[in-house]
Design a protein around this ligand. Sequence first.
Ligand SMILES: [Zn+2]
Length: 119
Amino acid sequence: MPNRAVIIDNETRCIVGKGHNTQVQENHPYNHGETAAIRDAGPIDFSRITLLTSLSPCEVCASLLDMRGFSRVVVGDVTNASGTEALLSAKGVKVDVLEDSMGIAFVCTISPGITLINS
Ligand SMILES: [Zn+2]
């Protein structure tokens, strides 16, 4: 299941990190789109940052987003993966869900019949 994430500075609107999941390619269970983007961004103040992710973050990534102090998370698709929006909101993270129809259709097209492993 492909998952991509982009990290944007709220003030400058510049991309400061990006990544995609590589659990299969690198044989590592926590190489998710969100963790890759956070690694790419490096040691910055995440309280001034928005993370955009193609699928709902898994519980590991949601905990990392809370620990790093993200102020906002934008989720593209909760049809193919959902579950942590309420958890993030309860921790004070602003969560916006886009439910992008093209993104939902894309995941369904490239992953027909695949059992979802939320990443
Ligand atoms: Zn994850």
